[in-house]
Design a protein around this ligand. Structure first.
Ligand code: GTR
Length: 394
């Protein structure tokens, strides 16, 4: 199932983008980069201290991402309840407890229910660190809960970690025509039609926050040791979620590319026009203004890790995944980690240029690896990332 969808994706990319400018894969054609300075405020004030950052510059940058890139992520609701149901067999019953949790959220007399699947190591009581994966792969027709190649529950449980996942379809369908048919039209209809209104990434991020609401009150979970993981489209989502929700200790975006880890102004591989054309339901409508006009963006993705700092951020790339621009992803974290190092004093300086290093680079609160192969979240990615988790979850 997964293989077919990946093959289809790689076949579809060139076909779908044929009517637009063909993607650039030539480093010598990357334009000279003029990137906004994280350390100078909109009024020209130099930003040196944590207070300058948190009171002045961070809110400016957050507002730019909210209005120009991702759209709003509303935080208000009136009621939330959790119900543990038993619908599916536990595939790991020897080593883990399974909780299938319906999270119901109410606002303005309406409600919406999302589902998380949650495994906890047994027989230990915990409290356990927890990893939440945002899943978008096609639902399994046989109703099984886990594709182990993508979500290695057994290995996580064996390492003493609890792990949960939800599917984006239970929140907002991943479809340009129907994406509003979840929480957007039910709970937040006033967002529809706004140029900076809630779109699919914001909706999925909202669901990750509701999952955290559950994890936070769970007696067997140490929610201070929480890790949010997303691949590709949900890697982009994970980053925006964590910029909105300080409860995540570590945020991992695997091969999140355009609109995630990678610098848009490089225009290498997937461009803003390409992503907005294929996936108009992901980003705020304002993002359309930058189709073919990356140079006029008042920000770039190197500013995103700073919104998460001093909490930890981890990126990874795959060498053949040129569509996601591995070098642009590396620059995103290399430049983005300056907030962690220069404002928060972390040992977080990426010394080497992209072309020189072999990696992985695991620093204090930031990390990166690149592996051979194509676009996918693989066990190799998890294994290397888990080494970073061990060092950064204390
Ligand atoms: C690609 C898309 C990317 C990325 C990915 C995915 O084809 O162009 O932006 O998000 O799909 O989520 O699988």
């Amino acid at each position: 199932m997964k293989l077919i969808s990946l093959l289809l994706a790689s076949i579809l990319i060139p076909l779908n983008t044929m009517s637009q400018t063909p993607p650039n894969y030539n480093e010598s054609k990357v334009p000279a980069l003029h990137l906004p300075d994280p350390f100078v405020s909109e009024k020209g004030k130099l930003i040196h201290t944590v207070e300058d950052w948190e009171k002045t510059r961070r809110p400016e940058i957050f507002r730019l991402f909210e209005s120009e890139v991702y759209g709003q992520l509303p935080k208000d609701f009136e009621a939330i309840s959790f119900e543990v149901v038993k619908e599916n067999a536990n595939p790991f019953s020897q080593i883990a407890d399974l909780e299938e949790v319906n999270i119901t959220v109410g606002r303005n007399g309406k409600s919406h229910t999302i589902r998380i699947n949650f495994f906890l190591p047994k027989p230990q009581k915990g409290p356990f660190p927890v990893i939440l994966l945002i899943n978008y792969l096609p639902n399994y027709p046989d109703g099984k809960l886990v594709d182990e190649a993508f979500w290695p529950v057994r290995e996580l449980i064996q390492r003493g970690l609890a792990t949960a996942s939800f599917h984006v379809e239970t929140v907002a369908p991943d479809d340009a025509k129907t994406y509003q048919n979840g929480i957007i039209s039910t709970l937040y209809p006033e967002q529809i039609g706004k140029s900076d209104g809630l779109k699919a990434f914001g909706a999925w991020g909202w669901a990750a926050m509701r999952a955290m609401d559950y994890l936070e009150q769970h007696p067997r979970i140490d929610s201070k040791k929480s890790v949010l993981v997303g691949h590709s489209r949900t890697g982009k989502t994970a980053l925006w979620t964590s910029a909105n929700d300080p409860r995540w200790a570590i945020t991992y975006a695997n091969e999140s590319g355009c609109g995630g880890a990678a610098l848009s102004k490089r225009k290498f591989g997937e461009t803003i026009e390409a992503i907005n054309t294929r996936f108009p339901h992901w980003f705020a409508d304002n993002f359309l203004k930058y189709n073919g006009k990356e140079e006029s963006l008042p920000l770039d993705q190197h500013l995103l890790p700073g919104l998460i700092a001093p909490r930890a951020v981890y990126y990874s790339s795959a060498r053949e995944d040129r569509w996601a621009d591995p070098k642009g992803e590396y620059l995103g974290i290399q430049l983005g980690s300056r907030i962690a190092s220069e404002i928060y004093g972390k040992k977080a300086v990426f010394e080497k240029e992209f072309e020189e290093f072999e990696g992985p680079v695991h620093l204090e609160s930031v990390g990166y690896h690149i592996r051979e192969g194509a676009h996918d979240l693989t066990w190799e990615d998890w294994r290397i990332f888990l080494e970073f988790v061990e060092k950064n979850l204390d």
